[in-house]
Design a protein. Structure first.
Length: 244
């Protein structure tokens, strides 16, 4: 990506500027604000409903999402958990989808549903599981698929101290056959984003919220998509209406 372009903004679970993240209200706000992407976490319930839900279980002692029917999940979560189909309908032609796959069994059905509704060019699917990434690309070579890297503080510190480790983790991205990398901002800052740019790998950086950090990454030539819980603020900063 050239320096004349700023990263696209992806609303992390819709953001949390006016409503709890991961709710219908959050997704609607992100779209109204003008985010180019909306990020959802894909899971499948016991009655095979594809839902946008981050955690593997609604409460520490509750059953996993995969063992709950949709109605039971909503009761346990204490809100109406968005269905993927409904969020896709909200997106329509307004934004693209960043589909973060949280469980392997949901990967292909969620990607197929999203690609059918939005078109494959409006979908970026990410996963930490290299086998899931390869499976998606085998089934749907027309999809953009990214491997997620980073998130753990100790790992990020090791990245910063060792260029060799950074290079080896980039090898996992290329070995999976993916053309995108979803980088936690710590590993992105430690040099991996620049390496992705040099190798022609699309780069998504997550999750950036402070004004100073948003401004920094919005000015970076190494980022294609920037994920934030504050999509409206990120958009303001990007178009230069306000200063951090």
């Amino acid at each position: 990506m050239g320096t004349e372009r700023s990263p696209a903004i992806s609303a992390h679970r819709g953001g949390r500027e006016v409503a709890a993240s991961g709710t219908y209200a959050a997704y609607q706000f992100a779209l109204d604000a003008g985010a180019e992407y909306v990020e959802v976490d894909a899971r499948r319930t016991a009655d095979r409903r594809l839902v946008c839900y981050h955690r593997d279980r609604p409460r520490p002692l509750a059953a996993p999402v995969a063992d709950l029917t949709y109605d039971r999940l909503c009761r346990a979560a204490r809100y109406q958990v968005p269905l993927l189909a409904d969020v896709l309908s909200l997106l329509g032609g307004r934004a693209s989808l960043h589909l973060d796959v949280k469980e392997a069994s949901a990967a292909l059905p969620a990607a197929q549903m999203a690609a059918a509704e939005l078109g494959p060019d409006r979908l970026l699917a990410t996963t930490r599981n290299a086998d899931v990434a390869r499976g998606l690309l085998h089934a749907r070579p027309d999809l953009r698929v990214g491997l997620t890297v980073g998130g753990d503080l100790a790992e990020s510190l090791r990245f910063a101290a060792s260029r060799e480790m950074s290079a080896s983790r980039l090898d996992t991205v290329t070995a999976a056959g993916t053309s995108w990398a979803a980088l936690h901002y710590r590993v992105a800052r430690a040099g991996l984003a620049a390496q992705c740019r040099d190798q022609g790998i699309g780069t998504l950086v997550w999750t950036v919220n402070g004004d100073r950090a948003l401004s920094e990454w919005l000015a970076s030539p190494d980022v294609d998509i920037l994920v934030t819980d504050r999509p409206a603020r990120a958009l303001e900063l990007r178009i230069g209406r306000v200063r951090p």
